[in-house]
Design a binder for this molecule. Sequence first.
Ligand code: NAP
Length: 241
Amino acid sequence: MNRYALVTGGSRGIGRAIAVQLASQGYCVLINYKSNREEAQKTLDVIIEKGGAGQLLPFDVANVHEVNTALETWMAQNPEAYIEVLVNNAGIRKDNLLFWMTDDEWNDVLNTSLNGAFYITRLLVKYMMNKKFGRIINVVSISGVTGMAGQTNYSAAKAGIIGLTKALALESAKKRVTVNAVAPGFIETDMTKDLNQDELKKLVPANRFGKPEEVAELVGFLASEKASYITGQVINISGGL
Ligand code: NAP
């Protein structure tokens, strides 16, 4: 098998659902994670149980040396392989009001989401362009589209990735590499387990939080040949929020 997809933050939540979805579409999925090997292995177990294929590929997306070493080593060990789908999904939240926000809260969120997406995409997009096919899907957030109080760091990181998405789409369209973003609203994962779901769902026209699998279906479509003419777009998946 030489069709590969890389999903960052594939050990849990939305990333796990995306990894399982892409495996069901025939990709051998590289499951990236930072530290939670046990959960990453569970993602791989689900994929294998359903007849798919995958590998674990741990690295910290925020660390450019780790990103380069992990991906270059993997490519050297798999010279025939080519990663044709990249899903930049790894992300963290460190909410605070701006006037109380520490440098670490700001930098950790920006480094993980925005810089992480940059480091990985820079490395992989040139192979996609050489092969004249690729799919880059960035998991952003409604918070980066509209802004959200208490999340200036997170909104800035996600809005930054939206800018990257639109600009890179223009650079790569002729080479049949599409670049899109999906912007979830509230999705039931570890990231939202500290939130008061009963209160917050009242803000959502659909009156519920979304499921990771619902985001994964959209990502699966954008990764497919059927989405060849969609690029540079941000698609909200938020129950109408
Ligand atoms: P989650 O359940 O907290 O999972 C986060 C994932 O990211 C884990 O796999 C984690 O790996 C990985 N990760 C975090 N920092 C990393 C790093 N430096 N390097 C590599 N991997 C790292 O989060 P989620 O809710 O599924 O969110 C996934 C994406 O969707 C994020 O970008 C998030 O901002 C976005 N999003 C989520 C929601 C929501 O309501 N849940 C809404 C909008 C957007 P470990 O397991 O090793 O820690």
